[in-house]
Design a protein around this ligand. Structure first.
Ligand code: NAD
Ligand code: ZN
Ligand code: ZN
Length: 344
């Protein structure tokens, strides 16, 4: 086993990542060592680096939480996943397993949870360790580059759609057709929902159309009015994956009576607050709910959709050394689909 590995490391909030040589971590009891194949670049990694959220990441930080690879070593007491197994690592690094939320199937809100590539070292590296109990199995033969975005963009939007309560035949608006949104459209279509796609980029709206979105809305001019003209009464559900604050307020305006807006994007900072009409929410019995990544069960289900060919991330593969440039393009909104780092 090698003693050092290549990793992209954040030393100070707001600085560029440095690609450097660091020690290969060793798996402790209950942990496995993963040799990483691919890691998607999620906008949450950019928020981490920019320090956008009130709780800051642990420094120095190896970001990255859309990880696929293979088990190469097991710590004490581990028999599964087996050495050589293809696995995926999501944002949820671990949860306590004993609190009321973990016991209730809501480990996504466990107060003791740890986050891959935020509170724990992540996947912008050749190796990482993870608790064996939180590692997802990847079916044999899956393309580990294409599957990487399912580990965050996939599971997060899959759970968000479930939490929206939308049923087959109903309309869902997806606001933000980026890394998350472009797979959200596919999950929604696979679930039998009708999709209105909302973004500020025509290319991204065209991508949504190619997946079956029936209504395309340019967010730059009166998206709420346009949507309500095109879908009389409004949508049953709205999933907000945009990073722009305005999209959250607009999503509530797009709902039909009884509808649900699911907040997923996390703009942070001064963009973290929304204004909404109390009388509209009360009078039309609207719901606003949050959705935070997904449980291990959500992840297994989200992976199954991808393995069955019903959802397929559009990816661009790039080397780890490009990471700061990729972040710059993400800031400008110039990435279509998901960029995935080729680690191996
Ligand atoms: P991304 O940069 O790939 O996509 C963002 C998209 O929003 C882009 O397509 C952009 O064009 C679009 N957009 C910008 N302004 C808009 C507007 N006014 N209206 C509609 N669309 C607009 O980012 P991503 O990786 O998809 O992540 C999106 C957000 O979701 C980030 O804030 C990220 O941190 C968050 N996230 C949350 C969770 C969770 O569990 N809640 C999980 C993963 C990511
Ligand atoms: Zn993510
Ligand atoms: Zn817990």
């Amino acid at each position: 086993m090698r003693e050092t590995m290549k990793a992209a490391v954040l030393h100070r909030i707001g600085e560029a990542l440095r690609v450097e040589s660091v020690p290969v971590p060793q798996p402790g009891p209950g942990e496995v060592l993963i040799k990483i194949t691919a890691c998607g670049v999620c906008h949450s990694d950019l928020h981490a680096i920019d320090g956008d959220w009130s709780s800051l990441p642990s420094l120095p930080l190896i970001p990255g939480h859309e990880i696929t690879g293979h088990v190469v070593a097991q710590g004490a007491g581990v028999s599964e996943p087996a050495i050589g197994a293809a696995v995926g690592l999501p944002w949820m690094y671990s949860a306590c397993g004993t609190c009321e939320f973990c016991l209730g199937g809501m480990e996504t809100i466990c107060s003791k949870r740890e986050s891959t590539g935020y509170s724990r070292p992540g996947g912008y590296a050749e190796y990482m360790v993870a608790p064996a109990a939180f590692v997802a199995n990847i079916p044999d033969g899956a393309d580990l580059y294409e599957l990487a975005p399912i580990l965050c963009a996939g599971v997060t939007t899959y759970r968000g759609l479930k939490r929206s309560g939308a049923r087959p035949g109903q309309w869902v608006a997806v606001l933000g057709i980026g890394g998350l949104g472009h797979v959200a459209v596919q999950y929604a279509v696979a679930m039998g929902l009708r999709v209105a796609a909302v973004d500020v980029s025509v290319d991204k709206l065209e991508l949504a159309r190619s997946y079956g979105a029936e209504c395309l809305i340019d967010a730059r001019s009166n998206p709420v009015e346009t949507l309500r003209e095109r879908i009389p009464g409004g949508v049953h559900a709205a999933l907000v994956t945009a990073v722009a604050n305005a999209a959250f307020e607009q999503s509530v305006g797009m709902l039909r009576p009884g509808g649900t807006a699911v907040f997923i994007g996390l703009p942070g900072g001064s963009a973290d607050t929304v204004r909404a009409s109390i009388s509209a929410i009360a009078g039309w019995e609207l719901s606003i709910t949050g959705s935070n990544i997904g449980t291990r069960l959500d992840l297994n289900e989200a992976v199954a959709f991808a393995a069955a060919g019903k959802v397929r991330a559009q990816i661009v593969r790039e080397p780890l050394e490009q990471i700061n440039d990729i972040f710059e393009r993400m800031r400008q909104g110039n990435l279509v689909g998901r960029t995935v780092l080729e680690i191996a």
